[in-house]
Design a protein around this ligand. Structure first.
Ligand SMILES: NC(=O)c1ccc[n+]([C@@H]2O[C@H](COP(=O)([O-])OP(=O)(O)OC[C@H]3O[C@@H](n4cnc5c(N)ncnc54)[C@H](O)[C@@H]3O)[C@@H](O)[C@H]2O)c1
Length: 265
């Protein structure tokens, strides 16, 4: 069923993982999709024309404004924004020291597993600039266009269960919790313009980052959910498609948790 027919959608960080699954799902539902990512070639490889791939670093306001101007030119406007670009960890955020200490603990050494005391300003900003600031800046660019169009719109923020449970790196959990607050504040503000703002909270999802983890770590994460596995990116994309389109027309300020029952909300 083409539930997003005629919708012009932007997906940030859409070149791989959850973002690529979202872009493909929105396209399959009839939308025209602009995939934004650091590299135009990777972004353009996700979907064939009339969909477009555009280079955009979500840390950079000028790059975002230029990318959204291109989206407007090439798709004719913006009806849906999916803020998916995010980064779990950045050099200098103290995670290297944290993992090293965990290794020592596993070997029987009595050491503390610290992140905070090792986290540099650069490490903190490295996560925040993409995961929180990027979400705000892209929302601002999309809302400016949606307000101009006067036809409402839908923003879906990809947050994380880490923002609720605090089980990720400190800057990441902080950024994702802030994304939830921003979702609710923007939902209140923008309802009058017919713009809905919602979030999806994925649990651990099988994306390239998990290929780098030791299998015991992956097994332990999978054991946490009632399904005893990680999510497939398409299972996150389905929740996004619901919120993005008219099926979700009465949902705003909602946080949809897709975590295999790891915890209940
Ligand atoms: N994979 C999981 O288990 C999981 C769980 C909960 C939430 N999430 C969230 O889902 C989203 C996608 O996660 P993923 O695992 O698919 O990530 P991923 O690392 O596989 O893909 C992220 C994409 O974002 C792009 N990107 C990175 N920095 C960017 C920037 N500055 N500007 C534009 N694009 C940039 C990358 O090039 C990449 O294509 C993130 O927000 C992540 O925090 C993931």
């Amino acid at each position: 069923m083409e539930r997003l027919k005629g919708k012009r959608c932007v997906v940030t960080g859409g070149a791989q993982g959850i973002g690529a699954a979202i872009a493909r799902r929105l396209a399959a539902e009839g939308a025209t999709v602009a995939v934004l990512d650091l590299d135009a070639e990777r972004a353009g490889a996700v979907l064939p024309a009339p969909h477009v791939g555009i280079a955009c670093d979500v840390r950079d306001s000028a790059a975002i404004d230029a990318a959204f101007a291109q989206v407007r030119d090439r798709l004719g406007g913006v009806d849906v924004l999916v803020n998916n670009a995010g980064r779990g960890s950045a050099p200098g955020d103290g995670m290297a020291e944290y993992y090293a200490a965990q290794g020592k603990q596993a070997a029987g050494e009595a050491v503390f597993a610290d992140q905070t005391i090792h986290c540099t300003d650069e490490g903190w900003v490295g996560v925040m600039a993409i995961t929180l600031d990027g979400t705000f800046k892209c929302s601002r660019a999309a809302v400016r266009i949606m307000a101009d169009q006067g036809t409402g719109g839908s923003i879906v923020n990809i947050a994380s269960t880490s923002g609720v449970k605090g089980d990720g790196p400190v800057p990441y959990a902080a950024a994702k919790a802030a994304v939830l607050g921003m979702t609710r504040a923007m939902a209140r503000e923008l309802a009058a313009r017919g713009i809905r703002v919602n979030a999806v909270n994925p649990g651990a999802t099988e994306t390239p980052i998990y290929a780098t983890l030791p299998s015991e770590t992956k097994d332990a994460i999978a054991a946490d959910s009632l399904m005893k596995r990680l999510a497939h990116p398409d299972e996150i994309a389905g929740a996004v498609a619901f919120l993005a389109g008219d099926d979700g027309s009465f949902a705003t300020g909602s946080i949809v948790t897709v975590n295999g029952g790891a915890y209940f909300t």
